[in-house]
Design a protein around this ligand. Structure first.
Ligand code: B16
Ligand code: MG
Length: 219
């Protein structure tokens, strides 16, 4: 029986992916690493430090940086990202999300945020939707990031529901893998090919197609 819906943030609730792209690109270029949109795709859902390691590896310089230097690079990327977030307004919420949150509240289905972003609470504030969430999992306390199932299992525990009574909504391959490994129903938002490959149970091209009745029917 459906008891909770767990939302990813970046790529599901709003498009912060573009801000991540811009901030990573300027950090990568500052150390002479080329960075394009295609490479950025593989960073979706991946934590800040894991993203940095992937970029340094891609540039062939992973071994050259100490932990302290890596921390400095991650901090500079985050400072630029946070600066870009100041532009974020409630009208940046993707279509259909507000309506879905309203219906879930009415139906007394619990709502959780399962984002890898340490900026999650700040973004929910900016979008003025933090009051909808019964739990916002703190990714800093999660040992294994997506594609590990930990963040979704934590959300279920915090909400006091069983994993099999949860739906997870994700836009990234790593996120869908995490939901499935948590033994939850996975809704993928994005291209059919990517979502199918990742094992999504239900696929929508856009969030505008997400509706409570459709979710309930397929669950
Ligand atoms: P931060 P999600 C993820 O958010 C992003 O997709 C990913 O690109 C980012 O590196 C990660 O959050 C960490 O974000 O640097 O703000 O802690 O898709 O899990 O909502
Ligand atoms: Mg995402």
């Amino acid at each position: 029986m459906l008891k909770a819906v767990l939302f990813d943030l970046d790529g599901v609730i709003t498009d912060t992916a573009e801000f991540h792209f811009q901030a990573w690109k300027s950090m990568a270029n500052s150390i002479d690493i080329d960075f394009d949109r295609e490479f950025n795709e593989g960073l979706k859902g991946i934590s800040r430090i894991d993203s940095l390691n992937k970029i340094l590896k891609y540039g062939g310089v992973l071994e050259k940086y100490s932990d302290n230097q890596k921390m400095a690079l991650a901090n500079s990327k985050n400072a630029e990202y946070v600066e870009l977030l100041s532009e974020l307004k409630p009208d940046a919420i993707y279509p259909g999300i507000k309506e879905l949150l309203d219906t879930l509240k009415m139906e007394e289905i619990k709502i959780g945020l399962t984002s890898s972003s340490k900026n999650g609470p700040r973004i929910l504030d900016k979008l003025e939707i933090n009051h909808y969430f019964d739990t916002v999992v703190n990714p800093a306390l999660i040992e294994n990031g997506k594609p590990a199932p930990d963040i979704f299992l934590s959300a279920a525990e915090e909400l006091g529901v069983k994993p099999e009574d949860c739906i997870g909504i994700e836009d990234s391959e790593s996120g869908i893998t995490a939901i499935k490994d948590a033994n939850m129903f996975a809704v993928g938002v994005g291209t059919e090919e990517v979502m199918e490959k990742a094992g999504a149970d239900l696929i929508y091209k856009h969030t505008g197609e997400l509706e409570f009745s459709g979710l309930l029917h397929s669950f």
